[in-house]
Design a protein around this ligand. Structure first.
Ligand code: HEM
Length: 401
């Protein structure tokens, strides 16, 4: 709940101008001096407990004493009067409701099924790069490759026509932007839901071999309603492209800043997989943290968070915790324990799409530099960053090669 005039210290989650790939420098001090403390966020809109250390983050996220439901009055929300997410956006549900949706999708994200998307992903990547090179530079890498690639892949998985990309992209942006009103968010949720519901109804009449058809089957089986299925589809569409697009953009930027690390991408499968984990750790795009409400008194480190209080788990701070990751601010693609990061969250809500995200990043990042070894930020042009988005990444990234 908003606590105007509270005496809690004010925390800005904005990354600093000179270090756009790093979390705010203040987080290091918090981890040392006040690892679990109440802070005033978003202009005093919320005064949750901030959890900044890796071990504490995992304790809270894996514990049973927290809820993800945004309807709670103390749920830490960046947006005033934010609408409650519909049940199909099941990251915002607790078990048993959350479990119904998650279980309905588990098979969709098994490594084997995701592997079937490898070949289409390579094809999509090659086409996008061909087009970018043909059109010539300087050009915006976000618009040319980073954004369309995961969008096309998630459309392929779901069975959503990519020609509607402008529509769902604009609504998706609203859903994770803290600089919009609750009303705008509500409208975006409705529009996306209506759009997906039309597609689910089509699949009920005429099933195809796609995820929406399998959701439609669950509607027929009575697992959930057609509207729930539509909202699940909308959630996946949004979760599946905004996030990975940001990681592709930031990953390329981080590698341009650290050219000495590039050979690690080309050494072998294991080295590449590890390099992607380190980039996920280092860049942690979920930069406004994960929101929860304590449903019982929970002890985190030396602090007891009382039942009913809001909590924000700062993943980008946890991933720079020196107790777990030596020299945490250095990007080291050979780091042995990179995979211990919490960039995909932890516990029951841990990212369902992570095999897909990993597969896309492992394809795209080495291939970009193989194809364009001279890739660089266009001289005299500036990269912008999405500070107010819950998924941090470059807004515009002018490149040449
Ligand atoms: C680099 C890319 C990605 C990152 C960093 C990321 C990060 C996250 C994080 C931190 C959570 C936990 C939310 C919470 O606990 O409140 C999450 C959940 C989720 N993500 Fe991702 N994600 C990525 C890509 C994807 C993709 C490609 C999909 C596929 C469609 C996806 C689908 C989901 C779903 C369905 C959940 C909710 C899981 C649940 O509540 O059980 N994500 N993601």
């Amino acid at each position: 709940m908003a606590d105007p005039g509270s005496s809690f210290p004010v925390l800005s989650m904005d990354r600093e101008k000179d270090t756009p790939l790093d979390p705010p420098s203040q987080y290091a001090r918090l981890r040392e001096e006040a690892p679990v403390s109440r802070m005033s966020l978003w202009g005093g809109r919320a005064t949750p407990w901030l959890v900044t250390r890796w071990e504490d983050a995992r304790t809270v996220l894996a514990g049973t004493g927290v809820s993800s439901r945004s309807s709670h009055p103390n749920y830490p929300s960046a947006v005033a009067d934010a609408p409650e997410m519909p049940p199909g956006y099941f990251f915002g549900q607790d078990d048993p409701v959350h479990d119904v949706f998650r279980r309905a999708l588990t098979r969709e994200f098994m490594v084997k099924r995701i592997e079937a998307l490898r070949e289409p992903t390579v094809r999509i990547f090659d086409r996008l790069m061909d087009e970018m090179v043909e059109n010539g530079g300087p050009t915006d890498f976000v618009e040319a490759v980073a954004l369309p690639l995961p969008s096309l892949v998630i459309c392929e998985l779901l069975g959503v026509p990519y020609s509607d990309h402008d529509f769902f992209q604009s609504r998706s942006k609203v859903l994770i932007d803290s600089a919009v009103t609750g009303e705008q968010k509500g409208a975006a949720l409705l529009e996306l839901g209506d759009y997906l519901q039309g597609l689910v109804e089509d699949r009920r009449r005429e099933p195809k071999d796609d995820l929406l058809s399998r959701l439609a089957e669950q509607v027929e089986a009575g697992t959930f309603s057609a509207r729930d299925a539509a909202d699940v589809g909308a959630f996946l569409l949004f979760a599946g492209h905004e996030t990975t697009a940001n990681m592709i953009g930031l990953g390329v930027l981080a590698l341009l800043d650290n050219p000495d690390q590039l050979p690690r991408l080309h050494q072998g499968k294991q080295e590449l997989a590890n390099a992607v984990e380190e980039l996920l750790r280092h860049l942690t795009i979920a930069h406004t943290g994960l929101a929860r409400v304590a449903t019982e008194d929970i002890t985190v480190g030396d602090v007891t968070i009382p039942a009913g209080d809001g909590i924000v788990i700062l993943l980008n701070s946890a991933n720079r915790d020196a107790d777990v990751f030596g020299d945490p601010d250095t990007l080291d693609l050979a780091r042995v324990n990179a995979r211990q990061h919490v960039a995909f969250g932890y516990g029951i809500h841990q990212c369902l799409g992570q095999p897909l995200a990993r597969m896309e990043l492992q394809i795209v990042l080495p291939a970009v530099f193989r194809r364009l070894p001279e890739l660089r930020i266009a001289p005299g042009q500036e990269v912008t960053f999405k500070q107010t988005s819950a998924a941090y990444g470059p807004g515009v990234m002018p490149v040449t090669w």
